[in-house]
Ligand binder design. Sequence first.
Ligand code: SF4
Length: 414
Amino acid sequence: MAQLDTREKLGILADAAKYDASCASSGTSKRNSVGGKGIGSTEGMGICHAYAPDGRCISLLKILLTNSCIFDCHYCINRKSSNVRRARFTAQEVVNLTLAFYKRNYIEGLFLSSGIIASSNYTMEQLVEVARSLREDHDFRGYIHLKTIPDADPELVQKAGLYADRVSINVELPTAPGLKRLAPEKSVGQIEGAMAGMKGAIEDGRDAKKKYKSAPSFAPAGQSTQMIVGADAATDSDIVAKASTLYDRFSLRRVYYSAFSPIPDASAVLPLQRPPLMREHRLYQSDWLMRFYGFKPDEVVSAAGDDGMLPLDIDPKLAWALKFREYFPVDVNKATKEQLLRVPGLGTKAVSRILSSRRFRTFTLDDVARLTVSVAKIRPFIVTSDWRPTLLTDKADLKRWIKPEKSQMELFAA
Ligand code: SF4
């Protein structure tokens, strides 16, 4: 590898990390350096949250230790057979960079991943060493997210949780045949075994903390994973079902979706085009339906078409409501929380406002309109003191009525 300076390495290794979507920093414990002890903080003041135009969080220093890899996953730009410029940081260089960026208030923490250098164990040791040095040598109290290597020694993988706020183990693809085809050196058994081990370690850590206040925190922001969308033939229904299984079995905090990006010199087994970014967005919306709106996975799946794909032109909650019109209209002044959460266009905050306010007043359509972005979307599905939709939910073309199709304006009309 040619000798590169730190700036050049940073250019290569920050760019190589952009394909990883799972870098959000929510849900960890609060730490700060009030009283002049330590350095950094996971709290709001002085932390800049920035988002790339495609919605990804960029407020962490998000880099790879190296983009060299001995594996050859077809979808990955850093795979062994890829013709990209390689670079590698030492653990000490990553520590220095993190501290330098943090002191300038550019970042709120570190998201560190890596290609597999010599072996999975060696790579994992290096990743853990960065986090160890930040925490123990520099008393760093900012956020650390480590991407772990599933086939490394389980003890090493779990050591990551001693220093990191969040750990993630990428499941990569939604189906076992997809993983076998596109990442032949990885296996579902290894990945899920590592997730199960981490789940156990997180639970043990929580139990210890309950018993002894002085017990060290273990991955307080839990574990997450990432699935690549659109690199194989898995449908949205497959993806939703897989995500739900992962949440249940491994108590994951988040499942992130990353729309497959075509890469230079791509393998012939990959599609030539990236899936629409809207597909990734619809999957995130379906994830919210399960986590915050009380939808069961099979209900989300039932919003998909016969091809197993969620519609791209409308959100999954509206798609579900249009298919299951017998549940509507819902009386805003009487309905249960569960019923209100099913109304397209009513978010969790709006539902809370309705529930807390309706003890003192009766909601009109205008009152509901003030709680939502589009009253046109809601009207067919609700009853208020001054509004009752007349057979609107029976309209065959209800979807077009709610969301008129866009047409190109006539440019040269008389
Ligand atoms: S192991 Fe990770 S870095 Fe290496 S080729 Fe596979 S996805 Fe890319």
